[in-house]
Design a protein. Structure first.
Length: 248
């Protein structure tokens, strides 16, 4: 059955990524910005704050925001960030045009700093450094202002898959309801075009309940590289021979 073969292929791709050695993640395409984001030993808050910024603009632009602020204030040490008041952050966001919604995201950035200070003793890696359950990591990210299920599950997934952060399980690392992922799942016949985000999440849970987020990057990768909204490059997609769109 083609659906079973597609699921198996996607899970294998997910396992391949999960088991691969840790490498530098190219979040932005800017080597200095990516170096900051990948240094979760010295600057774990850069990763957390970038996750908080990832909303309603291109991901590369959102993830570059911590680096842009570091250039503006001359450092990205947490004690330096903690000295920034909300008015100053708003000025920086507007001056550098960091986001589509500069006032809102400056506020989210500010309150994220305060949460890391008040709850995690100024060390953002305390969110994940106690070998937590996956549900715990997702819940902790949901506490940040402006962060919903999509970003919190994505954040947990990157930590587990790419940064190789140990967690007790992966059962609550869901697939992220991203537009690329939804398009791929729809074209593969897994969901209908009108399926809700919850429907997508439960579909992935049904296919791989131990780690539903295993589909996240592979489906996103297919959507971005080949299964585009217009003029999809089906012949180069590794699911081509199984895809219902190709079989029709």
């Amino acid at each position: 059955m083609n659906q079973n073969k597609i699921v198996e292929t996607l899970i294998n791709r997910g396992n391949e990524l999960f088991d691969a050695p840790k490498i530098t993640i190219k979040f932005t395409g800017n080597s200095e910005a990516d170096s900051l984001l990948n240094d979760i030993s010295s600057f774990p808050h850069a990763y957390v704050l970038a996750c908080v910024m990832d909303r309603q603009i291109k991901a590369e632009r959102a993830w570059a925001i911590p680096y842009s602020i570091s250039k503006e204030i001359g450092s990205f040490k947490f004690n330096k960030l903690l000295k920034l008041d909300l008015a100053t952050l708003r000025q920086i966001f507007k001056k550098r045009k960091l986001h589509r919604f500069n006032d809102i995201m400056a506020e989210n950035f500010f309150y994220a700093i305060q949460l890391i200070h008040n709850k995690y003793q100024n060390v953002a890696s305390n969110i994940w450094n106690d070998n937590p359950k996956s549900a715990t990591v997702v819940r902790r990210f949901l506490e940040f202002k402006g962060v919903g299920v999509k970003i919190s599950t994505m954040a947990a997934n990157i930590l587990a898959r790419d940064f190789k952060i140990p967690m007790k399980d992966k059962i609550c690392i869901d697939i992220s309801p991203d537009v690329q992922v939804k398009r791929v799942f729809t074209r593969l016949g897994f969901i209908s075009k009108d399926t809700s985000n919850d429907g997508l999440i439960y579909c992935a849970r049904e296919f791989n309940p131990e780690y539903p987020g295993t589909f996240d990057f592979s489906a996103w990768e297919i959507g971005r590289e080949w299964c585009r909204p217009q003029n999809p490059d089906c012949k180069n997609c590794y699911l081509n021979k199984f895809c219902p769109k190709n079989i029709e």
